[in-house]
Design a protein around this ligand. Sequence first.
Ligand SMILES: [Zn+2]
Length: 185
Amino acid sequence: MRLDNRRFDVDAIKRDHTVELVAAGYGVELKPSGRGLVGRCPFHDDDQPSFYVYPQTRSWYCYGECRAGGDVIKFLQLKENVGFVQACELLDSQQPPSAPHPLPEKPAVKPRRNWERLGLDEQVLMNTAAAVYQYNLWHEPGALEYVRDRGIPDWLIPVFHQAGGDPCAAQLIFGAEFSASSGAD
Ligand SMILES: [Zn+2]
């Protein structure tokens, strides 16, 4: 086995080659489970998925026969039957693998469009929609009761609607007092 003094940026290797992607490259199908991912262990004949990957700690563990675990480097060491340095070399020489299927991510939060950036026709549309909502609200006792139940006073309702009925937006307009007085969570 060739050993050299080459230093590896182990943190970068672990960051660029996540356990879940490298394992997927070896045909391990992972599914979300609790705080991690689970699939059939690639190191033993796994009847039921016992191979857990924890993306947050960049680690894995087999709760089945193997009772083994570690980081992505350890995974490659076992898979390729090589030492630590060689496993680092193998990972370091590869481009970071791309996900075979997109991992679940938080949906991107769309930035709110500023009122000023809306076109004139869009502003007219929004005003019309707000007017229709307000008209309907004042004539719909159930809806009005709901809004009042949320602790929103009548004088605030028209403004609340301009905020899109969004307590967060209304809170931005009226500050923390709104949150405290409205009971908005
Ligand atoms: Zn196993």
